[in-house]
Design a protein around this ligand. Structure first.
Ligand SMILES: Nc1ncnc2c1ncn2[C@@H]1O[C@H](COP(=O)(O)OP(=O)(O)O)[C@@H](O)[C@H]1O
Ligand SMILES: [Mg+2]
Length: 501
C-alpha cells in the first residue's frame, strides 16, 4: 500500500482508500494518479497523461481537467497535493510513503544508491525461462562492444531479457546500472530529462538538463544504462547512446526496441521467440519446450489444476505453436485457459484478439491485450508500411518479394514502394525473413497476420488483394508451403485459394 496525505492507494488492485473506506475513482483518474505516484514528485507532462490514460484516442485537454478535479477532491484539504506546472503538466507535492512489503513498480524509477552504486533495475516478473545461454552471450557481447540493442516485436521478451542481462553484468562486473523506461516519453528533450533523472542529475537552476550534462555525469563511472522501449523515440535514443559511449569508455548501453538504433558500435540482437514443440512431438519434447514451460507456469500461477495428460499437453503444444512462441501472447492465453479451459482456447485462436485480453492489471496498457501490443508498433509505421502490412495479411505462410509485389503493388503503391515498405516492416519487427542471402523469403507471425487481415477486411481492399494473390498463384507453378509439401495451385479458384490458405 502507498500512503499519500490522507489517502492510501493500492496500485496492484487499483483502489484508493480514505481510512478504511474504498473511494470510488474512475479508471482514467486512477491512471493519472498512478503516473503521478510513479513520477515521485517529478512533473508528469500532458503528453504522458494522454499516452498512458487515453492511449490512442484523440481527446481535448479538458478531459484531463475533469479527471484532475475528481482526483483533487479525494485529497480533501490537501487540494494543492497535485500542483499544476503551467505549460508543462502536473506533479505530486505530497510525500509518497510506501509500505516496505509492497513494491511500487516505478515507470521512472528513482535512482537507488546502494553502497555508492546506482542500481535502478526493476524486479523481474518471474524467473526467466529458456534464456540462460542468450543472457550469458549478451553479457559477453557487452564486455566487447559498447552498445547492444535487443530487437523484436512487442511481447517477445526484450525487456525481461534486458533486465536479466543487466543484472548479470552488474553482479559480475560490479557495474552501476541505470534503468530508463522510455515508453511514456513523447519528445526528444524528455529523453534527455528522463535519462538525467534516472542518473540522479538534478536540474540546474530549474533549467532542463542537456546532452552535455549527461556526458559529464557518466565520467569516471563504470555504468550500464538500460534504455527500455526506444522504438517511438528511436532517433533521440540513438543520439543519447552515441553521446554516452563517446563520453566514457566505461559506459555500456543496452537498449530494447522494435527496430535497431543504427548507431556506431551497435550490436543488434534479434530476440527469438521461445521454442515451440514441433508438430507430432512426443510428451517429453513438448514438456522440454520453453514456451510450454511458460504456459504451465502461468496456469499454475492462476491456481489452475496441474496438467499432465497427453491430450491437454498436445493442445498446449498447438497453442504455443500458433502463438509463435511469443511470451506475452502465451501469458495472456494461459490466463484465459485458467478461466475457460484449454479446449475453448484452441477454438478461439482463429479470432484471437477479442479473446487474448486481460493481462496483469499493473502491466503497461500496451501489454494488457495482444491487440494493444500490436497497435503500439503499428502507430509507428509510415502510411505506406501500414498499407503494405494489411495487404500482406493475405499470406499465411512464406512469400517471396515477387509475390508481395504482385499482391500489394496497386492503387498508389508501386513495386518499388512495396519493396521499400517491406524493408521498413522487417526492420520494425512486423515482417520476419527466412532463407539465405540468395533466396530471401518473408512471413508474418500468425498473430501479426491476423492483425493485418483484420485491418485489410476493415478497409475496402480485401477483394483486390485476395484476387491479386489468386491470380499470382494461378500463374506460378508452386507456392511456398506451411511445411506440408508443395501444392500445385494452377487450378485453384479465388475461393479455393483463400479457403485453403
Ligand atoms: N523468458 C521468459 N520467461 C518467462 N516470461 C517471459 C519471458 N520473456 C518474456 N516473458 C513475459 O512475457 C511478457 C512480455 O515480455 P517483455 O519482456 O515485456 O516483452 P517486450 O519487452 O519484448 O515487449 C512479460 O510479462 C514477461 O514477464
Ligand atoms: Mg518492453
Amino acid at each position: 500500500m502507498i500512503k499519500i496525505g490522507r489517502i492510501t492507494v493500492s496500485l496492484e488492485m487499483r483502489e484508493v482508500y480514505l481510512g478504511a473506506d474504498l473511494v470510488p475513482l474512475g479508471a482514467r483518474a486512477f491512471g493519472i494518479l498512478e503516473l503521478l505516484i510513479r513520477a515521485r514528485g517529478a512533473t508528469v507532462t500532458k503528453d504522458e497523461i494522454f499516452e498512458h490514460v487515453w492511449s490512442k484516442s484523440v481527446v481535448g485537454e479538458n478531459n484531463i481537467h475533469v479527471q484532475l478535479s475528481a482526483l483533487r477532491k479525494i485529497f480533501g484539504e490537501d487540494r494543492q497535493a497535485i500542483r499544476t506546472i503551467p505549460g508543462r503538466g502536473y506533479r505530486l507535492t505530497l510525500a509518497v510513503e510506501t509500505d516496505e512489503s509492497v513494491e511500487v513498480p516505478a515507470s521512472a524509477p528513482t535512482p537507488r544508491i546502494e553502497a555508492g552504486r546506482l542500481n535502478s533495475l526493476p524486479a523481474m516478473h518471474g524467473p526467466l525461462i529458456g534464456r540462460d545461454s542468450t543472457t550469458a552471450e549478451l553479457a559477453r557481447a557487452l564486455t566487447t562492444g559498447p552498445i547492444v540493442t535487443l530487437v523484436g516485436p512487442g511481447g517477445i521478451g526484450k525487456t525481461q531479457l534486458g533486465i536479466a542481462v543487466a543484472r548479470s553484468i552488474a553482479d559480475a562486473a560490479g557495474m552501476e546500472v541505470c534503468f530508463v523506461p522510455l515508453a511514456s516519453v513523447a519528445r526528444a528533450q524528455s529523453i534527455v530529462s528522463r535519462v538525467a533523472e534516472a542518473l540522479g542529475i538534478a536540474a540546474v537552476n530549474g533549467d532542463a538538463p542537456e546532452l552535455k550534462d549527461l556526458a559529464a555525469a557518466v565520467q569516471g563511472r563504470k555504468l550500464l544504462v538500460l534504455l527500455d522501449n526506444c522504438e517511438h523515440v528511436i532517433e533521440s535514443a540513438a543520439t543519447v547512446c552515441d553521446v554516452l559511449v563517446q563520453a566514457s569508455a566505461d559506459v555500456r548501453l543496452l537498449a530494447t526496441s522494435r527496430e535497431p538504433l543504427r548507431t556506431r558500435g551497435e550490436i543488434t540482437h534479434w530476440v527469438d521467440p521461445m521454442e515451440t514443440p514441433a508438430v507430432g512431438a512426443g510428451l517429453h519434447a513438448i514438456l522440454a519446450c520453453s514456451s510450454v514451460k511458460l504456459f504451465l507456469a502461468q496456469l499454475s500461477a492462476f491456481n489452475a489444476a496441474a496438467i499432465s495428460d497427453r491430450c491437454s499437453l498436445e493442445m498446449i503444444a498447438t497453442i504455443c505453436r500458433r502463438l509463435d512462441g511469443v511470451p506475452l501472447a502465451i501469458e495472456l492465453a494461459a490466463a484465459r485457459a485458467a478461466v475457460f479451459g484449454i479446449g475453448r482456447l484452441i477454438f478461439e485462436l482463429d479470432d484471437r484478439f477479442p479473446f487474448l485480453t486481460g493481462g496483469r492489471r499493473t502491466a503497461p496498457r500496451r501489454q494488457q491485450t495482444l491487440e494493444a501490443s500490436l497497435d503500439w508498433g503499428h502507430e509507428l509505421l509510415s502510411d505506406f508500411e501500414k498499407l503494405v502490412l494489411q495487404r500482406l495479411g493475405v499470406f499465411p505462410a512464406r512469400f517471396s518479394l515477387e509475390a508481395a509485389c504482385a499482391v500489394a503493388a496497386f492503387g498508389q503503391l508501386s513495386c518499388n514502394e512495396v519493396t521499400e515498405a517491406i524493408v521498413g516492416l522487417a526492420s520494425k519487427s512486423f515482417v520476419s525473413t527466412t532463407g539465405g542471402s540468395n533466396t530471401k523469403e518473408y512471413f508474418l507471425l500468425e498473430s501479426t497476420r491476423e492483425y493485418a487481415l483484420r485491418k485489410l477486411y476493415a478497409s475496402r481492399e480485401a477483394n483486390e488483394a485476395l484476387s491479386r494473390k489468386a491470380a499470382f498463384l494461378a500463374k506460378s507453378e508452386t507456392v511456398p508451403e506451411r511445411g506440408l509439401g508443395v501444392v500445385a495451385r494452377r487450378s485453384l479458384t479465388v475461393v479455393e485459394a483463400v479457403a485453403s490458405w
